[in-house]
Design a protein around this ligand. Structure first.
Ligand code: SAH
Length: 380
């Protein structure tokens, strides 16, 4: 396939123009350079088909002076919308939803929001597609809760993309660069979609974190399990657990699992997901992971396994100090940023743990991002 013609305007894909093999090589070299000194780095696991893997698609909208509608990302460092009608990494059906909305907002006379002046209604649209079930969730991020002719709008949208199973208005009336506001109003369907990963069912609400590349995610979760060596006598902490995905996969084989997550909507989903999958040996705490670990370690709580999957900023030194105190035999670290992973491995390897193995995954083809799963073992 040729390099994307919107490459320069969009700026989302740093590795456009390289063959897939070249991309994987570049990522492998980067991971080796950063992480090899801590332990064995395996060959990066790529995708068979690296196109259209993103099952979550966002777009901002605007009218040009001539009355044309643009839909896509912001030009870096500005609030100028760049029109991106086609994308090599976004799921095609999700993109069709964005392009349909682009057509509809004119006939429905919906005003697009201006980030600089604060006028207008439609700020963003977020579309999420389930990988296993043919379900699509559309989240219309509006500056006010009222969408005129909303039922007809949903009808017109579903006529073009019948897989849309739910439509939610997310109210974001703040002057912020955050895409989503706090309030969700379901105007069609259940207000969430469901997906399957590793044989379990997961509910995904508009504000919950859920991995965007389901095909690679499954491989990553299985590797995290292999490294964690969970068995029926073991207690497990799943820190930064999102909607409970990894912890629930672990709970199939563990004695007991504790999931910790800061986002309250994700925790609500996690509790529902545990019930849905009949897992009774898992509990969730809606808390900052570091706070939880500090409390647990000061109560002398022990754990056999810690699985951790922090955001790009990585973990904190307090978290890791508490983790070391709780003395797990294994730590399975899932990381979306090799730089912060290196920093955190520096701490763990100086404080009684060794890196057994690291496996990088290409979770985000065409971009520079790299996911790694790392197996840490307590040194006797
Ligand atoms: N393991 C999950 C989520 C990983 S993403 C999955 O695979 O789906 C990282 C998660 O960490 C997000 O859900 C985010 O909300 C959460 N998070 C970010 N900062 C946190 C903190 N300080 N304490 C607990 N959770 C946090």
């Amino acid at each position: 396939m040729e390099a994307c013609k919107y490459k320069k305007k969009c700026g989302g894909c740093d590795y456009q123009g390289l063959t897939y093999e070249e991309q994987l090589e570049k990522k492998q070299r980067h991971v080796n350079r950063l992480l090899k000194k801590y332990g064995k780095v395996q060959r990066i696991v790529g995708m068979k088909d690296p196109y259209h893997y993103r099952h979550k698609v966002n777009a901002a909208f605007t009218y040009t002076r001539a009355g044309k509608i643009l839909a896509g990302t912001y030009k870096e460092g500005t609030h100028d919308v760049v029109d991106i009608p086609e994308c090599q990494i976004e799921n095609l059906e999700c993109k069709k939803v964005i392009n349909t909305i682009k057509k509809l907002i004119k006939s429905f006379k919906i005003k697009t929001y201006d980030e600089d002046t604060g006028y207008g209604l439609l700020r963003h649209v977020m579309v999420r597609k389930s990988y296993y079930n043919d379900e699509i969730m559309v989240v219309l991020v509006l500056s006010s809760p009222i969408l005129p002719s909303k039922n007809n709008f949903v009808k017109a949208l579903r006529k073009e993309v019948p897989q849309i199973s739910t439509v939610v208005i997310n109210v974001n009336d703040k002057n912020t660069s955050m895409v989503l506001g706090e309030r969700n109003i379901t105007i069609y369907g259940k207000g969430f979609i469901e997906d399957k990963l590793c044989g379990l069912t997961f509910r995904i609400s508009p504000s919950s974190f859920y991995q965007v590349n389901p095909e690679q995610t499954e491989k990553i979760y299985y590797k995290a399990m292999e490294y964690a060596k969970v068995s029926s006598k073991k207690t497990v902490i799943d820190a930064y657990c999102g909607t409970g995905t990894i912890g629930l996969v672990a709970s199939k084989n563990a004695k007991e699992v504790i999931g910790v997550e800061l986002n309250k909507d994700a925790v609500k989903d996690a509790i529902i997901n545990a019930k849905k999958n009949n897992m009774r040996n898992i509990k969730f705490y809606n808390e900052d992971a570091t706070e939880y670990m500090l409390k647990a370690s000061s109560k002398k709580q022990k754990t056999d396994v810690i699985i951790m999957d922090p955001p790009r900023s990585g973990s904190t030194e307090e978290f890791m100090a508490a983790a070391v105190k709780m003395s797990p035999n294994r730590i399975s670290y899932v990381s979306c940023n090799p730089e912060t992973l290196a920093r955190d491995l520096e701490y763990f390897t100086k404080n009684g743990y060794e890196v057994k193995e690291i496996t990088p995954y290409d979770q985000f083809p065409f971009t520079k991002h790299i996911e790694c799963v790392c197996c840490l073992r307590k040194v006797d």
